[in-house]
Design a protein around this ligand. Structure first.
Ligand SMILES: *Cc1c(COP(=O)(O)O)cnc(C)c1O
Length: 340
């Protein structure tokens, strides 16, 4: 039994999900004739109370499309220093859109309206790049699964409106945030120009993301997705997995959150652990004491069939998910307690 806590992207489709995928009705989506993709897009748009949604093969492509939509080459976006769009999308911000990033020193990957306001370049001062977009991430990945308070997002939105900036949410793990905060997705729909969501993280689908926005924006996004090579044909088999996940796998995210908190509670009592970051959802980041070597620790765990990831600088990360079940959880808690 291998226990993989490296990421919530490691899940494999269940027999029920595969069955649902097999039965999907499909067509050529480049001609907008795939009924299952159309149904998924309509469902997600409706969930967020926005006009349309567009299916993407990856969250990266959905985010990169959003950035391209909202910026011109030479302009600048504002994001937290931990942002996925800056750290983990291969430099696509500059490659695809020719824009630079103004990175803010936020808290757990989250930024504030005051920080944003202070980072906007004066548009009249033509020496500096023109600020055109603010990106927030919810939950934060590198920030350890933290989620924003709605009120704080509203304040950032106000700053964006005042300064005519576009507002994008990287909602790869928005489902975790909605469950943790008990928020209504329709409220999020009102705050953002574009919102990306992933089906392939906690929801357990093998592939798929969507970008949600108003109709004119999605019309433009369709062209950018085509340019990036993301126009798919009978993708309905994949969209079916997403539909299944949305129908069945949202409420159970609370279990992932509980398990991550329990892991955090155990770790925080161990002498070899220096610090456990606050656990709000399914990501847990912790630091080991200086005398503990991360690689040794990971090898020790590997020998017990437990796999986690290192973030460098003595920090390690665990992510709970659909395929991390209660028996595994009990075993991991016991193993951690006896490790050193
Ligand atoms: C996973 C993730 C994405 C998208 O990643 P893909 O691997 O391209 O699907 C985007 N943003 C965040 C915060 C993520 O965690």
């Amino acid at each position: 039994m291998e226990i993989n806590l490296v990421s919530d992207t490691v899940t494999k489709p269940t027999p029920e999900m595969l069955q649902y995928m097999f039965q999907a009705k499909v067509g050529d989506d480049v001609y907008k004739q795939d009924p299952t993709i159309n149904a998924l897009q309509a469902k997600v748009a409706e969930m967020f109370g926005m006009e349309e949604a567009l299916f993407f093969p990856s969250g990266t492509m959905a985010n990169q499309t959003a950035i391209k939509l909202h910026t011109q080459p030479g302009e600048q976006l504002i994001a937290d220093k931990y942002a996925h769009v800056y750290n983990y999308e291969g430099g696509g911000v500059s490659f695809n859109s020719g824009v630079s990033c103004c990175l803010l020193d936020g808290h757990l990957g989250m930024i504030t309206a005051t920080q944003v306001a202070g980072a906007i370049n004066n548009p009249a001062f033509y020496h500096s790049p023109l600020t055109s977009l603010v990106c927030v991430e919810n939950t934060t990945n590198k920030g350890g699964g933290a989620c924003y308070e709605l009120e704080d997002l509203r304040k950032i939105k106000e700053v964006c409106d005042t300064h005519h900036l576009k507002f994008h949410m990287d909602g790869a793990r928005i489902w975790n945030a909605l469950v943790a905060k008990n928020d209504n997705p329709k409220v999020y729909g009102q705050l953002f120009d574009t919102l990306s969501v992933c089906l392939s993280k906690g929801l357990g689908a093998p592939i798929g993301s969507l970008l949600v926005a108003d109709s004119p924006t999605i019309q433009r996004a369709l062209r950018i997705r085509k340019i990036l090579g993301g126009g798919m044909r009978q993708g309905g088999y994949l969209a079916a997995a997403g539909l299944y996940a949305l129908e069945n796998n949202i409420p159970r995210l609370a279990e992932d959150h509980r398990r991550a908190k329990e892991l955090g509670a155990v770790l925080s009592k161990l002498s070899w652990v220096a610090k456990v970051e606050p656990v709000e959802t399914n990501i847990l980041i912790f630091a080991v004491q200086p005398h503990i070597n991360e690689t040794d620790l990971m090898e020790k765990l590997n020998l017990k069939n437990i796999f986690i990831s290192s973030m460098g600088h003595g920090k390690l990360r665990l992510v709970t998910h659909l395929d991390y079940r209660e028996v595994m959880h009990t075993y991991v808690l016991e193993t951690l307690e006896k490790l050193y």
